[in-house]
Unconditional design. Structure first.
Length: 252
């Protein structure tokens, strides 16, 4: 009987190891990917590792959203023109549509996309982007800087809007127009001067850039391979303990 119990425990350990080895590779399948298709001869699906292995460029650019400064620094990534050469554009291609994991999308013209300083960035000031990938368009309004890119579609239709007319050559600092101080109201001679009222706290107004925030909550909320391994190992352990008590009871 002891030999039988030992065999069952050994089988439990083997099953646990097999489950662990089978489940851990799933982690690689969750790596961020970008599909590039449409009017191209060589459609591709590239993961973040493949994109980062391509020749990279670093571009200094400042991000503004409707005139409000958001951030600025060195963006590192792959030139968009290099990606387009890789998939071989159709000769009638006119625009590119960018889709994000959160459903946001925007389109630009091929002429704008192939500018030398337009890149798909994966680093900002030497650190990985929390949004994984972002379209960097120096001089364009923030609405065109699509974050969390997971799909690029080449189209033979023209882009509905041109980013060149929506904020190109924005200054490094947006000058603020001074607000004229209100003229003091005359105080009647017979009345004492009123005490100044307390100034209400200033509540920051959210900017339209919030729609471009790079939230990774969707991906982070997914069940991780480690969680599956722990659950599987726990289940197998419970089965083994149950079998152990069962055989001990039969022995007595």
């Amino acid at each position: 009987m002891k030999k039988k119990i030992f065999s069952m425990l050994l089988l439990e350990i083997v099953l646990g190891l097999v489950a662990t080895v089978a489940i851990i590779p799933i982690k690689g399948e969750t790596e961020w990917t970008v599909r590039i298709g449409g009017a191209v001869s060589n459609p591709k699906t590239l993961n973040i590792t493949q994109i980062m292995s391509m020749p990279n460029s670093t571009v200094y650019a400042e991000l503004y959203c409707y005139g409000a400064y958001v951030t600025g620094g060195n963006w590192t990534g792959v030139n968009l023109s290099l990606l387009l050469d890789f998939v071989e554009l159709d000769q009638n291609a006119m625009s590119l549509g960018f889709s994000a994991a959160d459903g946001y999308n925007k389109a630009i013209s091929i002429a704008e996309a192939t500018q030398e300083n337009v890149i798909i960035a994966y680093e900002f000031n030497g650190s990985p982007l929390p949004e994984t990938l972002r379209l960097v368009l120096p001089g364009a309004n923030g609405e065109f800087w699509v974050a969390m890119i997971n799909h690029i579609v080449v189209s033979t239709n023209s882009a509905p809007h041109s980013f060149s007319g929506s904020g190109v050559n924005l200054p490094a600092v947006i000058p603020q127009s001074p607000t004229p101080a209100p003229a003091p109201a005359p105080t009647p001679l017979a009345s004492p001067s009123p005490n100044p009222s307390p100034t209400p706290p200033i509540t920051p107004t959210p900017t339209p850039f919030q729609e471009l925030s790079s939230s990774q909550d969707t991906q982070n909320s997914e069940t991780t391979p480690e969680m599956i391994v722990i659950a599987s190992t726990g289940a197998i352990s419970l089965v083994g303990v149950g079998l152990l008590f069962y055989f001990k009871k039969r022995k007595h």
